[in-house]
Design a protein around this ligand. Structure first.
Ligand code: ZN
Length: 183
């Protein structure tokens, strides 16, 4: 089985990857989410082709939205990477590590669909002021909330139905992240 959004193959060895980023993870024989990008199982299929968009068909506005979205995913992916390093408890560390993997996968999806050559290099802020797990989780929750508002706002500016669908599917993953960072 493969994911039509991120293109990754899901097998017995990979179904429970990134399980700390889900409220209720996949079980062997009951795959609810793509373990790589987090989208729902309606995007998982054995036969269908993965979603492709020729970037020649994208108008400038849509490309711009892709670019901003890709940067936001990298920004959040890097935050989670650092948060996983800074967190004290193993439980929180694992959650941040898995969230980081998912956000970077989102960035790669946007890179591929938006026709970009590479992921952006961003300035890395200093996150050490978030010196407790609670503060890190609070910051994570804020970011997920912001990402959802961002995707909702910009998906209205996208004319291409397939692109809109991908944005919707990925925004739903961030909703799941908002729930797991609520505690
Ligand atoms: Zn996927």
């Amino acid at each position: 089985m493969k994911c039509l959004i991120c293109g990754m193959k899901i097998s017995k060895d990979s179904y429970d990857l990134n399980k700390h980023s889900f409220v209720k993870g996949n079980l062997d024989g009951n795959i609810i989410f793509c373990p790589f990008c987090g989208v729902e199982n309606l995007y998982l299929d054995c036969e269908k082709e993965i979603y492709k968009i020729s970037s020649d068909y994208l108008d400038e506005k849509t490309k711009k939205v892709f670019d901003m979205a890709m940067k936001l995913e990298v920004f959040n992916g890097e935050f989670y990477e650092e948060a996983s390093r800074l967190a004290k408890s193993d439980k929180v560390k694992n959650m941040f590590k898995d969230l980081s993997n998912i956000e970077f996968m989102h960035a790669r999806i946007r890179k591929r669909l938006g026709g970009f050559k590479k992921l952006p290099k961003l300035r890395k802020p200093d996150y050490t002021r978030h010196d407790t797990d609670e503060k890190l989780i609070e910051e994570a929750h804020k970011r997920e909330k912001h990402a959802i508002v961002f995707y909702k706002k910009y998906s209205d500016k996208i004319a291409n139905d397939l692109v809109k669908e991908v944005f919707g599917a990925l925004a739903d993953v961030e909703k799941e992240h908002m729930i797991i960072t609520q505690r």
